[in-house]
Ligand binder design. Structure first.
Ligand SMILES: [Zn+2]
Length: 597
């Protein structure tokens, strides 16, 4: 058994998340974590909501609430949505905790001590009429990169590039339209070029990464520039240096703080577990060969996980060009693998909440089952290329594959056994066909498991569904309903079919945990088969306001192995596990999607 960190991208808390978000970071990381636990690894799956930065401040200003109030609202919405999807976080927390502030400041100080954070004088904007600092978010102008005429001082929403207000063409104040004056101001920069060599060595040693992620990351090393890690903003983690800590107008930049969340959440989890040092098992080198750390995100976030976060870890550990000593948390491990997914589009268009090209997780779960979405994401999600979500395809996958394939196998084999025997019948002598099906199911543990380990979930679930198809074919070929005059043979066929159902259920458990629990119970099983997360209201460990976390005990539940079904175990007639959807949902959903239609 080894220690496996599943570090999942932090959703930004400026609104509810849509299914595009959870198809990139949420479901794939949960499938991986569930499988690794079933296979006997000690998994720590952490994340939380990312709550600082300009967009939250801007939206709070617009709504007349504080940024904290806005973050509180969407933190709760996101926690509830991820809970609804059954995502098995050991800890899903947030970046506004006392613990997170302390860990971010510890990393800043460690990097600063080792010489990797340097002050630099840059040009900052002030309002000529008031003489006060004009925060980046209140400056707009034309993007120097793409020409978009309403780019913000810190970022262009059109091309997505990070900007500096001084780069804008025709900059103007969003408050009163005046042209800001630029004066010298001091900020801190992360000396990224000092990590180019160490990053190159590390990237060269990576194995098994998706080739596009590795290529993209290597290319980034050719043009590393010092990167500002503080900003003119009031909402964020204070700068932990003498003379800066008390300043109200400068904060640590949101990307610097959010990426440290993986570490701070691990530490928070350990503090809550009663062993405050327990996090080290997932973060410190272990001579025995572990631990491993997998980072899950969408492709727009690769740079933060393959360049910036490793740089922070190297710098804090004293392993960049400037050397240095590890800080108080000790030497910290770099990612084993950066697992990035591509984008999901919606009916051929980019998700956009302002243009109503969207379906939020909550709305989805009000109308459909979590496993129906999890199935779609696993079998047709944006694993290695951009993928389109269409309601017609969702309907087809649900009705033809989940309901008519897997649901039908479960339903007809259990009903027939319940009706004719009232229990799992014993098996008599096995034929070559019986043995072949049992062998196919057993062999799939190896193939499906190794595909999930390699982050090829689409192939993995296709392989599991292939076994479902074989079992359905076996039932049709054997036709046990025609064996009324040979109950012993009918019993054997149904025994073999129920064994295949049990095996397919285990193979599908990482993907479809809600229905896996139901199938387990239909087979007469008791206890927890697929553990679920719960929402717990907790106190901030360092005196801040209370908040909800997602957590759970995942130590029980099925193992990744074939368990013989027990002859004589009572069976009740099954209730359908999946819901067949009416084709009219396609038009209903399309009408919702685009009210102009
Ligand atoms: Zn632009």
């Amino acid at each position: 058994m080894s220690h496996v960190l599943a570090a999942v991208a932090w959703p930004y808390a400026n609104g509810p998340r849509h299914i595009g978000h959870v198809s990139g970071f949420g479901v794939p990381s949960d499938v991986f974590s569930r499988y690794m636990r079933m296979a006997g690894h000690d998994v720590l799956m952490v994340s939380g909501t990312d709550e600082h930065g300009t967009p939250i401040q801007v939206q709070a200003d617009k709504e007349g609430v504080t940024p904290r109030e806005l973050a509180d609202r969407y933190n709760r919405v996101i926690v509830e949505d991820l809970h609804g999807l059954g995502l098995s976080y050991d800890l899903f927390t947030r970046t506004t905790t006392g613990n997170h502030y302390a860990v971010v400041q510890e990393l800043f100080e460690g990097l600063y001590r080792n010489g990797y954070i340097v002050p630099k004088v840059t040009m900052g904007a002030i309002s000529p009429s008031t003489g006060r600092t004009l925060p980046d978010r209140y400056i707009e102008g034309t993007c120097p990169i793409c020409g978009y005429d309403s780019a913000r001082g810190d970022q262009c929403d059109n091309c997505g590039n990070q900007l500096d207000p001084v780069d804008l063409i025709n900059p103007r104040s969003k408050i009163n339209g005046e042209t800001p004056r630029f004066v010298e101001t001091e900020h801190f920069f992360l000396d990224l070029p000092a990590f180019a060599q160490a990053l190159g060595k590390w990237l060269d040693s990576r194995e098994g990464w998706r080739p596009n992620v590795l290529r993209f990351s290597r290319n980034l090393l050719d043009d590393l520039q010092p990167r500002a890690i503080t900003r003119d903003l009031e909402w964020g983690v204070p700068i932990p240096l003498e003379g800066w800590r008390e300043r109200g107008d400068k904060r640590i930049y949101v990307w610097f703080d959010a990426v440290i969340g993986y570490l701070s959440a691990s530490i928070e989890w350990a503090r809550r577990s009663g062993d405050p040092e327990a996090w080290r098992r997932w973060w410190s080198e272990d001579p025995a060969g572990g631990p491993a750390a997998y980072y899950f995100m969408g492709k727009d976030n690769i740079v933060f996980h393959s360049v910036i976060w490793p740089s922070l870890l190297l710098g804090y550990s004293g392993e960049g060009d400037r050397g240095g000593e590890p800080g108080g948390l000790g030497r910290l491990n770099l990612p084993t693998e950066v697992v990035s997914s591509e984008f999901l589009t919606m009916e051929g268009r980019k998700f956009s909440s302002s243009r109503q090209v969207v379906i939020y997780v909550r709305d989805f779960l009000e109308r459909y089952d979590a496993d129906a979405l999890r199935y779609f994401i696993a079998v047709a999600g944006p694993e290695s290329q951009d993928t389109d979500f269409t309601w017609a395809e969702f309907l087809r996958r649900n009705n033809d594959e989940l309901v008519a394939g897997w649901g039908n196998l479960v339903n007809r084999s259990i009903s027939m056994a319940a009706k004719n025997f009232g229990a799992i019948p014993p098996a008599g002598e096995l034929t070559a066909e019986d043995r072949a099906l049992l062998e196919t199911a057993r062999a799939a543990y190896g193939s499906v498991g190794s595909l999930i380990e390699k982050h090829r979930q689409k192939q993995a679930i296709t392989e599991a569904m292939r076994v479902v198809g074989e079992a359905n074919k076996y039932l049709s070929d054997q036709a046990p309903w025609k064996m009324k005059d040979d109950p012993a043979r009918m019993g054997t066929v149904l025994h073999v079919a129920l064994q295949a159902v049990s095996d397919c259920n285990t193979l599908l458990t990482p993907f479809l945990p809600h229905s896996a629990q139901k199938v387990h119970e239909l087979l007469g099983g008791t206890g927890v088969h697929a553990p679920m997360p719960s929402i717990v209201e907790v106190e901030d460990l360092d005196g801040g306001p209370a908040y909800p976390i997602l957590t759970g005990d995942y130590s029980t539940g099925a193992r990744w192995e074939s368990v013989p079904v027990e002859a004589g175990r009572a069976l009740a007639p099954p209730k359908p596990v999946f819901r067949k959807l009416d084709p009219s949902i396609v038009d209903e959903e399309l009408a919702r999607l685009d009210p102009a239609n």
